[in-house]
Design a protein around this ligand. Structure first.
Ligand code: ATP
Ligand code: MG
Length: 222
């Protein structure tokens, strides 16, 4: 089971949702969960140092002789039950290797969450890798604020999510049904913008002390 979390506009809350889902899955599954970080912010949010060694960007850039089993060796424990595959230091490339990686992740008995980051629709190697991961996931979740710019960008992309996680700041003109009408997919969770979540992120405590509002909001997805 591979969940991809992505956005069409920066700062939507994608990393927060991806880390929270990996924590919820990690609690439920006896062998924990895997969090694959294509963006590079997961260690900060989990309150651990950026791992020094190679990451998924290095595996993607490696020759075909470096098999999928090596992906498991990239993991670092970052919170109870959560195993992080860090981004590494390279820019993303190696679109052709994503299928092999995704197959490996789908075969893992542990639930996997991929923090895809922001998708632009450009045909550069970085964006193609992100889109390939979205296409290869079991479930693809667009994380968005109720923001017209974000929705317009999502609509212009050549991919569609299976569902939307709405990060709802109060006082917006757009609501859940507008988003479902525009994108044609269901809102599967609504996450409130909550100062407790922002504080947990800023102090690196999101994974170790997941705010209860966030856990409840995402429970149905996990
Ligand atoms: N539910 C929430 N309540 C309060 N603050 C939030 C919430 N979700 C995210 N934030 C805050 O919004 C900011 C952006 O969140 P996050 O880094 O998860 O977004 P992102 O979509 O991953 O951004 P990027 O495009 O840079 O990867 C952070 O400061 C985070 O603390
Ligand atoms: Mg992010």
């Amino acid at each position: 089971m591979v969940f991809s979390c992505w956005s069409a506009k920066g700062g939507s809350g994608t990393t927060v949702v991806a880390v929270a889902l990996s924590v919820l899955f990690g609690r439920e599954s006896a062998s924990g969960s895997v969090l694959v970080d294509l963006e590079g912010d997961a260690p900060i949010v989990c309150g651990v140092p950026q791992p020094d060694g190679p990451g998924i960007s290095d595996w993607l850039a490696a020759s075909p002789s470096v098999g999928a089993a090596a992906i498991t060796r990239l993991e670092h424990p970052v919170a109870s039950g959560v195993h992080l595959v860090p981004r590494g230091r390279r820019s993303l490339s190696g679109e052709d290797r994503v299928t092999v990686c995704a197959q490996h992740l789908r075969n893992d008995e542990r639930p996997v969450v991929v923090d895809i980051g922001c998708v632009t629709g450009d045909n550069d190697p970085d964006d193609l890798v992100r889109r390939r991961f979205i296409e290869a996931a079991t479930t693809s979740l667009l994380v968005t604020r109720p923001c017209f710019i974000s929705l317009r960008r999502a609509l212009s992309l050549p991919i569609r999510p299976a569902g939307v996680v709405l990060v709802e700041d109060p006082g917006r003109a757009l609501g859940r049904s507008d988003i479902e009408d525009v994108l044609g997919v269901p809102v599967v969770a609504t996450v409130a913008v909550d100062a407790a979540v922002a504080r947990a992120v800023d102090s690196g405590l999101l994974a170790s002390r997941l705010p209860s509002t966030l856990g409840r909001a995402l429970r149905d997805v996990a």
